[in-house]
Design a protein around this ligand. Structure first.
Ligand code: HEC
Length: 148
């Protein structure tokens, strides 16, 4: 499984669709940093840093913004995450930040971005590597679902 995932990531990295919107990705990282995303609510099940269930990193912190929190609190209906939803994941190797992954719900669907620990965009736009694996999630979210 690990080998398969690693292969998928390497193949995707060779593809042409991995980083189609570098400046947009930079703008998105600036936006979530300005909003101090590390002060946002943590994703359900991710109240503290924990082992990743994905190839992203060894351990992850996952933060959700207000629209996502409102759906989780049932103040907004579930079924899909509203436009404006943002989820940010810090990925760690050991105790060191290794990557930052962001997904933002826009009018045309999720926008995806992944950065190195210095904020350099590595993936942006709608890379197949992100969408293929996230497809199985709750409206593409893998870490948690809609409230019952
Ligand atoms: C092989 C599967 C796989 C691939 C490829 C993948 N992810 Fe994920 N991702 C996951 C899983 C599983 C989680 C659940 C949390 C965890 O354990 O890391 C997750 C969590 C996330 C989260 C937190 C919200 C959520 O959906 O749980 C973000 C943001 C995210 N990924 C972004 C990305 C981006 C951007 C890419 C492409 C560069 C990507 N992911 C590629 C499997 C994948």
């Amino acid at each position: 499984m690990r080998l398969l995932l690693a292969t998928a990531l390497i193949l995707a990295a060779c593809g042409s669709d991995k980083n189609t919107d570098e400046s947009g990705a930079r703008a998105l990282l600036t936006k979530v940093n300005e909003q101090k995303y590390r002060t946002w609510m943590r994703a359900p099940g991710y109240e503290t840093r924990r082992r990743a269930a994905s190839p992203h990193a060894d351990e992850v912190d996952i933060y959700v913004n207000q629209p996502v929190a409102d759906v989780l609190a049932k103040k907004l209906p579930g079924g899909n995450w509203p436009v404006g939803s943002i989820i940010v994941k810090d990925g760690f190797k050991g105790s060191a930040l290794d990557l930052i992954a962001v997904m933002e719900k826009r009018s045309d669907g999720w926008y995806w971005a992944e950065y190195g620990n210095d904020g350099t965009p590595l993936f942006s736009g709608k890379p197949g590597v992100c969408t293929d694996c996230h497809e199985s999630g709750a409206d593409s979210v893998r870490a948690f679902g809609f409230p019952p």
